[in-house]
Design a protein around this ligand. Structure first.
Ligand code: AMP
Ligand code: ZN
Length: 114
């Protein structure tokens, strides 16, 4: 738990989230500003700023996070057609510094990303 972290507040129940999937170590909820028909954020319950830090300090939870992504994709009917994005650092448009995977799907996607 980190003070002043929006996603820690969601894990703690102080801020409401539209939860679609939960495990002992992960939480998944709909993005408030969806960029695709399905746009779900998958986070570890433990606070780490980015995916590399999570893998270094909590490697088991990093695996849990990837498994949660697959479960969300299946539950949302995306099959194996989705984009998983970890914006990392301000230059990559990370705005919440609690690691989160964006699961995006339900429409064709272009490349490169903006
Ligand atoms: P990022 O820019 O990669 O750090 O992504 C942060 C994401 O959190 C954005 O897509 C926001 O729309 C989303 N977000 C911010 N506040 C909330 C909230 N209260 N509930 C759900 N998603 C949120
Ligand atoms: Zn946090």
């Amino acid at each position: 738990m980190s003070d002043d972290c929006l996603f820690c507040a969601m894990v703690g129940g102080q801020v409401q989230a539209d939860v679609v999937h939960e495990t002992d170590t992960t939480l998944a909820f709909r993005d408030i500003n969806p960029q695709a028909p399905t746009h779900v954020l998958v986070i570890p319950k433990v606070h780490q700023p980015n995916f590399a830090a999570l893998a270094q300090h909590e490697p088991g939870v990093a695996v849990d996070l990837v498994n949660a992504v697959a479960a969300v994709a299946a539950q949302e009917g995306l099959g194996e057609n989705y984009r998983l994005v970890f914006n990392t650092g301000p230059d990559a448009h990370q705005t919440v510094f609690h690691v989160h995977g964006h699961v995006l799907g339900g429409r064709p996607m272009g490349w490169p990303p903006g």
